[in-house]
Design a protein around this ligand. Structure first.
Ligand SMILES: NC(=O)c1ccc[n+]([C@@H]2O[C@H](COP(=O)([O-])OP(=O)(O)OC[C@H]3O[C@@H](n4cnc5c(N)ncnc54)[C@H](OP(=O)(O)O)[C@@H]3O)[C@@H](O)[C@H]2O)c1
Length: 284
């Protein structure tokens, strides 16, 4: 087995590499890639193969993926450019003769109204058309996405949102990474499309309560309308595009697009997912 991890210089990819090693995969069989390879020096010292890969440089992808059996394609962080970047990666994966691609997607990417889903949907379509064996990991939200709200709660005693009673079935990155390692090193996952989420879908009142537990001070969830939320974000200095994006995502949350709990993450892990308070405590 020889497994490539893209985005290994980022949070999720690094955790996947660490999980593969912890599960007994030989370091020499793991190829950790990214642009900032200097961030991977510690893994290289452990015997992991470290190779530079830039989704915008096809030659770098061919060199980085050479010899791979499986490739974990961690979705790029360059929103708006992801489809072309993922397409380049898929072309390289095919060109080097790898057997399978494992891709980190978004919840119900093919049918959801989630504003971030179209690039994931398009990538999934490219994967289906590629002829490669595949496994799709439709990761729900990371609990770590709310660390900014936690900082706000610590400073002001409140979190402000237009999500209403919307729920989020988040899990920490470490859970998604552990599941990805199980899929990469295991068998029987070809053709699977996993909807991965935390076991519990929490609402923002519960998020405020979790923040109170973590910070040791009272925290309330102040519900505002989408219009009030947009006004507040603009007044706080966000540009129109970013503020509109935040409000749109909160609309998705309000509509339940992040609330699905299939139990598939728990099944892959063979244990419950890490809950909100424990994940936040670990993150701070
Ligand atoms: N489910 C969620 O809640 C959620 C939240 C945020 C993001 N995401 C998605 O999940 C992915 C992983 O999350 P994360 O927290 O690990 O993100 P992250 O820490 O920002 O890591 C992003 C990775 O993408 C790599 N990358 C970006 N542009 C690249 C390019 N042109 N060529 C090669 N590599 C490139 C970066 O490499 P370098 O650093 O070496 O440039 C980095 O390793 C993100 O990229 C994003 O698509 C999901």
């Amino acid at each position: 087995m020889s497994v490539v991890v893209t985005g290994a210089t980022g949070h999720l990819g690094r955790l996947v590499v660490q999980n593969l090693l912890a599960n007994g995969v030989a370091p020499a069989e793991v190829i950790a890639t990214g642009r900032r390879v200097e961030a991977l020096a510690d893994l290289a010292e452990r015997g992991v193969q470290v190779r530079r890969a830039d989704f915008t440089e096809p030659a770098s992808l061919l060199a980085a993926f050479a010899g791979a059996d499986d490739v974990l394609l961690v979705s790029s962080s360059e929103v708006g450019r992801r489809v072309e970047q993922h397409e380049s990666a898929l072309e390289a994966i095919r060109a080097v003769g790898a057997r399978r691609v494992v891709y980190t997607s978004a919840p119900r990417a093919d049918s959801t109204a989630l504003v971030l889903a179209p690039e994931h949907k398009a990538t999934e379509e490219l994967i289906h058309a590629s002829g490669l064996a595949f496994t799709i990991l439709r990761n729900n939200w990371y609990t770590e996405n709310y660390l900014g709200d936690l900082a706000q709660a610590r400073a002001t005693g409140e979190i402000v949102s237009s999500v209403g009673a919307g729920r989020v079935a988040s899990a920490p990155r470490s859970d998604y990474a552990a599941a990805a390692a199980v899929v990469l090193a295991g068998s029987g996952h070809d053709g699977a499309v996993y909807e991965l989420s935390g076991d519990v879908a929490w609402d923002f009142d519960e998020l405020a309560a979790a923040f109170a537990t973590v910070t040791g001070r009272p925290v309330v969830h102040r519900r505002v309308t989408p219009e009030e939320r947009l006004e507040g974000l603009l007044a706080a200095g966000l540009d129109e595009g970013t503020a509109g994006f935040v409000v749109a995502l909160e609309g998705n949350t309000r509509d339940g697009d992040l609330a699905g709990t299939s139990g598939e993450l728990r099944q892959l892990l063979g244990r419950p997912t890490v809950g909100l308070v424990d994940a936040l405590t670990a993150a701070v």
